[in-house]
Structures are given as C-alpha cells and as structure tokens.
Design a protein around this ligand. Structure first.
Ligand code: ATP
Length: 799
C-alpha cells in the first residue's frame, strides 16, 4: 500500500458524545457551491460526530478553511479508494453536509478534524465556481430522512433488535466495532442509534451507501438489521472455527508436552533408548516395500511408548527385529554356469544318473529363463537315499542360500502361517523363519518330509502349504505374525518324501515328482568309498584317505549290519567303526587303518541282520513273494498247510492287515474255482482245513501285492507239488483270476537280487517299470509277464 493511501484512510479515533462545542447557530450551507472533502472509505451518516484523519493536501486545506470560517462542507466517499485526486464522478452521489468543528495537527505529522454531520445531501452537478481555490466543490441538494413515529411497534422492535444484535457482535469480539462498545446503551433516540451504528459498522462503502440512500429511517433500520444479522452469524461461525482451531492447537501442544515429559522420564528411568535408535538406524538401509515401511514406523512408535521392563516391550521388540531381519528384496546373484552346476551335482553324489539328469533338466530351464517361475521339485524315495543332500547340492549348484524346513509330524497350520501376535509366545511360521535364516529372498528351501504332515483340530498344514507353493499366491504370502505380505515367488522349493500316498492330491499336482530308488550293494560300496568314508574320517581327525575298508568288509557291513535301501545306516556303522579306531588310538593300543571283514565283530558286535536268502526247499505249500516297505524291498515266504478236519476252515496268521487277509480269502476262492483244472476234487474242500501263514509274525504286513503268491502257495499245498525253485512273484489277484500290477517294483527287484532269486513273475502292466530300471540292477533275473492266475501256475509249476 502506498504512503498516501495509508495516510488518507480515515481513522476513527474516538466516538460520539464528546463535547466539542457544536455551535447552536450554525451557518447555512451553500448548496449550489459546497466545498467537498472526499473520503477513501468513510460514509458518514446524519447526526454523527467524530474525528477523522486527513492526509491529502486538498482535504487538509478544505477542512482548515471550513473550520476557520465556519463553512459547512460536503463529506462524500470515493467509489474507488485508490484514486488520488478525485473529481465529482469519482464520488458516490450521496453524502452529508457537515460542520468542521476543529482541526488538530498531531505530533506524527498527520491532521485530524472533528466533523459533525448534519443532513443527507445528493450531488446535483458541478458548482458554478469554487470560492476556495484548488478545492473540490459541487452543487448539491438536501435529502431529508423521514423518521418513524415512536408508536410504530415494528420500528421499535427493529431498533431494539439492532441494539441487541450489535451488542452480541461486540461481545463476540468484533474489533472493528469496538468503539461503540462503551456507549451503545446511552445513545439517545433511534435515529442517532441507527446512523451511529451505520457509520461504525464494518460494512463496505457500497453497503453503507445503500443504507444512506434509504430515506425512511425504518427502511434503513431494516436493511441495517439484516446486515447485522448476517455479520452476527458470520461472527458466530468465525468464533466456532477459532474455538476449534484453538482446541486443536491446545491438544497438539498438550500431546507434544506430554510426549516430551514422557521421553524425559523414560530416559531418567531406563537410560538412553538404544533399542529404538538401533532399529531405526537398521531400517534406514533396508529396501522395505512402501506398506511395510509404514507398518514399521507405526510399530516403532508403539515400541517407544512401552515400558522396556514390560513383557509387551519384548514382544514388540522381537517383532520389529524380525521385520528388519527379513531379507526384503535382497537376493544372491545366481550361478549361470551350467557346466559348474553339473560338476557340483556329480561331485556330491555317486550314481543317481536318471535323477541327476532330471534335476539338470530343471536347472537348465531355470538358468535359461532367470525371471521364469521356479518349478517345485519333490524328491521321493526311501530314507537315506540322498534326498536331503541332493536338495543341498541343488542350492550349491545354483549359487543360492539353503535352508531346511522340517515338516515331519506337523499338525498345526500356524507352524506354516505363524501365530497372530495377540497370542502369548506367538512366533512366525517356519517358512518365514527359514527365509530369515537364509538371509536372501531367493534361497532354496527344502521342505523335508512333506508326506508326514497331518491335520487335526488346529487346522491342516498342507492347505497352508498349498498357498506357499502356489506361484499365483506366494508373491503375497501372508504370515499371521509378520502381518504384512512377503514375496516368496523367488524362492526355489524342493520337497522330500518317503511315499507319495500320504501327500494330498492338490499339493502333489503342484510338484514335479522325481523318484529316487534305493542302491545296489555295489553302488553302496562306491558311495561309501567315494563319499562317506573320506567325510567321516575327516570329521574324526584322520586324513581323507587315511582309513580304508576292504570290499569284503564293506559288503559285510551292508549285508549283515544294515537292512536298508539307502545309506543312512551304512553311514552310521562306518562312523561307529572309525570311532572305535580313534578310541584304540587314544588308548595307545594298536590300531589298524585298513578295516577287514574279520575285524567287524570287534568293531560292531554280532551281525544284526541275517540277509534274507532264498532257501531252496522242496516243501510243497511254500511260495516266495516280494514286499515293499518304507525302508526298501524284501522277500517274503508264504506258507500254506492242509489238514483233514470236519468242515471247511481257513486260518490266516502272521500279523496281517485287513487287505492282506482279504487277499488270502480271494486266493482260496480263486484256487477252489480252478481245482478241477489242477487235478483236485472240488468236494474234497469239505473236509480240509487250510492254514496260511506269513512268517516273522512280529512284523505287521499289509497290501494286496501278495495275492498271486498266496494262490501259488495254496495250490502247491493242495496238490503236493513244490514251487519252482528261485522263483519269486508279486501281483494282486481278482476273484476272476486276473493279475493286477503293483508298486515298488525297483525296490522289490533289488531285494530279489540280494536274496539270490533268478525268476520273477509280474503282471504284464509292470513291464514298463522294469524297463525303467538300469539293466545292471536286474542283470541275472528272468521275468515272466502274466495276465491271469493260470499263466502264473504254468510258470510256478511248469518244468
Ligand atoms: N548317491 C549318493 N552319493 C553320495 N552320498 C550319498 C548318496 N546318497 C546318500 N548319500 C549320503 O547319505 C546320507 C543320508 O542322505 P540324506 O540325509 O540325504 O537322505 P534322505 O533321503 O534325505 O533321508 P530321509 O528320508 O531320512 O530324510 C547323507 O550323508 C548323504 O550325503
């Protein structure tokens, strides 16, 4: 704002009833040539007296001359306040004629004049000529206000309302009208009251001119009242907004104050808040996804408010520590060198050509499409065949971190998905925990023994695993404890299982199953020589090649001290031998570094297993079957005896399960139906009692695969013809005599070879399983593929 404008802005310095000696005999104004003082923003109303500040030279001169010579002047408001030298057109046409009672020069250089307004006037046009040179003058005409009678109740009510509303506005603290505050009650007469309030009101000059224009005082009062009511309303709204703002500020200040006090007290009580600062510093370097960063900040604030001695503090602290420990977006660079991956697999594992080839196929695809989805590999096989260690080698070959997640015996879904933090002792699930331990977001996680999860009232872990393994869902894996999503899509999952039968179908469908069958004794000897003995020797403080086992010694350990498809027990027995050597060494006794077969009794005690050997026997009623257990294949003998007795009776013994018992009943019926064809009198069954027994009664046995063996055993017993020697068989039988295929063929064949069997009867449909086996495993075996029990009998009793 420029200086002159500021000076010229009329300023009310005091109000109303000051005794400044208004002359009783006032000179008549010259309406045809009235000197005019232009006001920038003041509209004066008839009857009102008050001081104004003058800035412009012309105004000062006019006021001084008017005061000195008692000349009435016209007081008009400018339409536009910024006009510096106004002419008549720049003024509103309504104003007042007034007496300049006094002028003062104030010490700060401004000039003040006390003006007493008389009546309303209207500009008619230019005056004939100014009697004060350089002073604006005009020809005007008086306009009289008509005053309502005091009996007009409506008018009285309006005036009362005006007074009250003005008081209300004043009470609400409107500074612009504050000069009226002390005398509004004392203003005499409604006319002066209305005009006074009009003059002092904070309305714009436009509004005030509208008020001034009203000739009937009642009309002016009404218009004033409506403006005042609006102002009052605005004042109330403003007061409310103000109150609210104050309340907010007060609350913020209070919180800040309390927070500060709290920090001070905390520091006094527990010293410096190291935990929060450490967490915060750690979080700065972590590439959190945006929602996780927000959660972290929120939870850290919560931690700050907790007492470090309270149990809640440690719960909250552990949670935040987990958030900072998880490898958000941190991944290890992948090995893209296929040849080195192949080398790693070969170095770590002997044999397993087919398995390694399948794994290499997957690795090749993964290296070729680094951004593609990783398959979920499921390695299935008996214990100790190297599933876990293969998983480890795959991680090594790919250059990824490795962690094992043990799922055996898991019943609680929360073990996979974590517990909500509201539970006491809540923890993250095993998957998140493994990712944390792995320290990168693209590790290899080995889900060990996925076939051994169960479900109970605490939920079904396998359904939680579905979410973990589903590429569509695992990019937003939600662990209940972590409570924010974690991206598992870069993790390579490898599952291991002993059997596929207990894995739920939907889970199985998501996995690439790779079968690892057991090892031949020759392979076990190689594994022991190349991998197990050097490793165990080193672990026990010997050089890699310091201890040697003769082939005979190894064969004996495998045959007489272990009974397994894998090499887990072999590993343990070898470790036992080497520990004994260490013991002898420490006792200062003589010790041999080459272990021979004869030494084994000293080292390992008496033989634990007498290998199942096929014993050539010409006793009728004995047939040799092949069984499969979780630890590999076995041969099993089925014995049938026939005795004379009253009525027909079938006795089954040998700790057999329901399915196997049913097989025995079916087998009896099948043989009975073919009795005539095999030279047995069908009526003779009347007085014969059959007893079927499967030796080693302490071991439970079940399954349908002994069906054809039972048929052969029964027929042999009934006819008295012994079964062809060194013949074993496996296959399910139907009531009509059809032979059905069975599983576990490779393990069964290994067991047959171990036992010295030469001929095997199998269902024709099992031929493909035999063709899958490496020829060296089945060298020396002759296979007889059959479809019916008659063909079985032909092989078993043929010449
Ligand atoms: N082909 C092999 N070459 C070298 N070492 C082997 C081979 N197969 C198994 N091993 C060794 O045998 C031991 C047992 O193997 P591992 O623990 O991997 O068996 P697993 O199949 O996972 O058994 P489980 O089903 O009980 O978990 C390991 O020390 C492993 O290195």
């Amino acid at each position: 704002m420029d200086k002159s404008m500021k000076e010229d802005t009329t300023k009310i310095v005091s109000v109303g009833q000051i005794d400044i000696g208004v002359p009783s005999e006032r000179p008549k104004p010259n309406f045809s040539d009235l000197p005019i003082i232009a006001m920038r923003d003041l509209v004066l109303f008839p009857g009102v007296t008050f001081p104004i500040t003058l800035g412009r030279e012309a105004s000062v001169r006019t006021a001084s001359a008017a005061a000195e010579h008692s000349i009435p002047v016209g007081i008009f408001c400018q339409k536009v306040a910024s006009v510096e030298t106004p002419v008549l057109d720049d003024l509103y046409e309504y104003g007042v004629v007034a007496d300049v009672l006094k002028t003062f020069d104030l010490p700060d250089g401004t000039h003040t004049a006390i003006i007493a307004a008389r009546e309303k006037i209207k500009i008619e046009g230019l005056s004939a000529g100014s009697h004060i040179p350089g002073v604006l003058s005009a020809q005007v005409k008086p306009v009289h206000d008509s005053v309502s009678r005091s009996s007009d109740k409506e008018f009285v009510a309006i005036v009362d309302d005006i007074r009250q509303t003005t008081l209300n506005i004043l009470q609400s603290g409107n500074e612009k009208m504050s000069d009226l505050a002390f005398n509004i009650e004392n203003i005499p007469g409604p006319q002066l009251l209305i005009n006074m309030i009009c003059t002092h009101s904070p309305f714009t000059p436009e509004v005030k001119i509208e008020l001034l224009k009203k000739n009937r005082l009642k009309d002016r009062g009404q218009l004033l009242l409506s403006h005042l009511a609006h102002s009052e309303e605005m004042a109330e709204i403003r007061a409310e907004v103000h109150r609210k703002a104050r309340r907010n500020i007060d609350e913020q200040q209070r919180n800040a104050f309390l927070q500060h006090q709290f920090e001070v007290l905390r520091e006094e009580l527990y010293g410096d808040d190291d935990d929060c600062a450490t967490l915060e510093a750690k979080a700065k370097d972590i590439d959190f996804p945006q929602p996780v960063r927000r959660t972290f900040a929120k939870e850290l604030e919560k931690l700050r408010r907790l007492n470090p001695q309270s149990p809640d503090y440690s719960v909250q602290y552990s949670y935040l520590q987990l958030l900072t420990d998880l490898p958000w977006g941190k991944s290890t660079p992948l090995n893209a060198d296929f040849a080195s991956a192949e080398r790693v697999l070969d170095e770590d594992h002997y044999g397993l050509e087919k398995v390694k080839e399948r794994i290499l196929e997957q690795l090749a695809v993964m290296m070729n499409t680094p951004e593609g989805r990783s398959p979920i590999i499921c390695l299935v096989g008996a214990p100790g065949v190297g599933k876990t260690s293969l998983g480890q080698s795959i991680a090594k070959a790919l250059g990824r971190n490795y962690q094992r997640v043990s799922l055996g015996g898991l019943h609680d879904e929360a073990e996979i998905r974590g517990h909500r933090r509201t539970y006491i002792g809540a923890m993250p699930g095993r998957i998140i925990d493994a990712v944390k331990r792995a320290g990168s977001s693209n590790p290899v996680l080995l889900l060990d023994e996925i076939d051994k999860t169960g479900s109970d009232f605490k939920g079904d872990p396998s359904s939680a695993l579905l979410e973990v393994l589903d590429p569509e869902q695992n990019s937003h894996f939600h662990d209940n404890y972590v409570d924010v999503d974690y991206d598992l899509s870069h993790v390579l999952f490898i599952a291991t299982a002993n059997t596929l039968s207990t894995i739920p179908r939907p889970l199985l469908d998501r996995m690439e199953v790779i079968d690892i069958s057991g090892y031949l004794p020759e392979e076990k000897i190689e594994i022991a020589r190349k991998h197990l003995i050097p490793r165990i020797s080193e672990e026990n403080g010997f050089g890699k090649d310091e201890i040697a086992f003769t082939t005979d010694a190894l064969s004996k350990i495998i045959e007489s001290y272990t009974g397994e498809s894998g090499v887990r027990m072999l590993e343990k027995e070898l470790a036992k031998v080497i520990r004994k050597i260490v013991l002898n060494k420490m006792r200062g006794k003589d010790y041999k570094l080459t272990v021979e077969a004869g030494d084994l009794v000293d080292y390992l005690g008496v033989e634990a297993y007498t290998p199942e050997r096929y014993e050539v026997s010409d006793t009728p009623g004995v047939a040799t079957g092949l069984a499969w257990t979780a630890v590999g294949g076995e041969i099993l003998f089925i014995e049938t005896s026939v005795t004379q007795g009253k009525g027909e009776k079938l006795t089954i013994t040998g700790n057999l399960g329901d399915v196997m018992k049913e097989s025995a009943v079916i087998a009896t019926q099948v043989v009975k139906a073919r009795s005539a064809a095999n030279g047995i009198d069908p009526d003779s069954f009347e007085n014969r009692q059959l007893h079927i027994h499967v030796p080693e009664g302490a071991i439970p046995k079940d399954g349908p695969s002994a069906g054809i063996t039972m048929c052969v055993s029964i027929l042999s017993a009934l006819t008295g013809r012994p079964v062809k020697p060194r013949l074993a068989m496996t296959g399910e039988i139907t009531l009509r005599g059809k032979v059905l295929p069975v599983g576990g063929i490779k393990e069964k064949m290994l067991a047959a070879k171990r036992a010295g069997i030469t001929d095997i009867i199998l269902c024709t449909d099992n031929r493909k399983n035999i063709e899958d086996i490496k020829p060296i495993y089945i060298a020396g075996l002759t296979f007889h593929y059959v479809r019916t029990i008659d063909e079985v009998f032909a092989v078993a009793f043929g010449d």
